[in-house]
Design a protein around this ligand. Structure first.
Ligand code: NAD
Length: 298
């Protein structure tokens, strides 16, 4: 297939590589021109704007992987953007993590001019993007989902239809809201136990075979040395940045405000991650939140 792809960053770059590996022809664009170079070396064709991408003859589908809602609005709705230039009938998929309302507004505009649109945010991080094992949470028409699924399968292993337009973003925001909160809970529990004399590995073993068990305790424990390949065991480098968690909890709390839900835990978690970021640790993995709790780790 001939696929347009816009946004070639930490996630988009490896996703493009997997599409090329699976035999697709890629027409690509990023405002940072140098990001296209390694992909052109693999056979992709670089263009100067989203408009040029969607005007390429024979394009069958367009995927975007951009930082946030403002970039998505610019790339879809701008003068040199997708919707003002794309031929009718071509399907577009936005895999950026953005607020559900913007996803729904852009999809409505796209569909009103005859371009079906899916929101398809991902989880699995840069490792999942590289290995082609991402989870895609997809919102939009089921028939379009079924058409797009084989392409998404080239970049991910778990492709889930979450319901109508915007629901992919709702699923993503709800999951990351829980992740941000649960990590702080594990950090507090580990910190309490170790400060009161427990060996961190024995304590983690108890939690992980008891009712406190969760992904944050088992796979991504914030206490150094408990999980050998977790960011906590390499000074919180790599992984999912605190500033990205702040972005996702911001989306979650904004969504909660729109529906008059208090989201007390998410708002408290957001404040704590912002405190961590403002002490200069925004680029560290979000499990570094334990630094605010445990004096031995600060
Ligand atoms: P990134 O900043 O590395 O990549 C985004 C790319 O979009 C950049 O290269 C940027 O130059 C490009 N871009 C911005 N505006 C543009 C425009 N107008 N035209 C063309 N290109 C433009 O971000 P990322 O880490 O690849 O994340 C992308 C999305 O995926 C974000 O929404 C993020 O929240 C989400 N996400 C990231 C991770 C992760 O671990 N990095 C995990 C899951 C989801």
């Amino acid at each position: 297939m001939k696929i347009g792809f816009i946004g070639l960053g930490n996630m988009g770059g490896p996703m493009v590589k997997n599409l090329i590996k699976n035999g697709h022809k890629l027409i690509i664009n990023d405002i940072v021109k140098s990001l296209a170079e390694p992909l052109v070396a693999l056979g992709a064709e670089a263009k100067n704007s989203p408009a040029e991408v969607v005007k390429s003859s024979g394009i069958e589908i367009v995927i975007t992987m951009l930082p946030a809602s403002t970039h998505v609005k610019e790339v879809y709705l701008g003068e040199n953007g997708i919707l003002k230039n794309i031929p009718k009938g071509i399907c577009v998929i936005d895999s950026s993590t953005i607020d559900p309302q913007t996803a729904r507004d852009v999809a409505k505009k796209s569909e009103s001019q005859g371009n079906p649109m899916l929101d398809a945010p991902v989880s699995g991080g840069t490792g999942g993007a590289q290995s082609g094992t991402l989870t895609f949470m997809v919102g939009g028409d089921e028939r379009i989902f079924n058409m797009a699924k084989p392409i998404l399968t080239n970049m991910g292993k778990n492709i889930v239809h979450c319901g109508p337009s915007g629901n992919g973003q709702v699923a993503k925001v709800a999951n990351n809201m829980l992740l941000g909160i649960s990590m702080i809970g594990v950090a507090e529990a580990m910190s309490l136990g170790v400060s009161m004399g427990m060996d961190p590995n024995i304590l983690a073993g108890i939690i992980n075979s008891s009712s406190g068990r969760c992904w944050s305790s088992e796979v991504y424990n914030p206490y150094p040395g408990v999980v050998a390949n977790a960011p906590a065991s390499r000074n919180y480098t790599g992984g999912f940045g605190t500033d990205l968690m702040i972005k996702d909890l911001g989306l979650a709390t904004e969504a909660a405000t729109q529906i008059n839900q208090s989201a007390t835990m998410a708002r408290t978690a957001l404040k704590l991650y912002k405190d961590l970021s403002s002490q200069g640790d925004g680029a560290l993995d979000f499990s570094a939140i334990i630094k605010l709790i445990d004096k031995n780790n600060s």
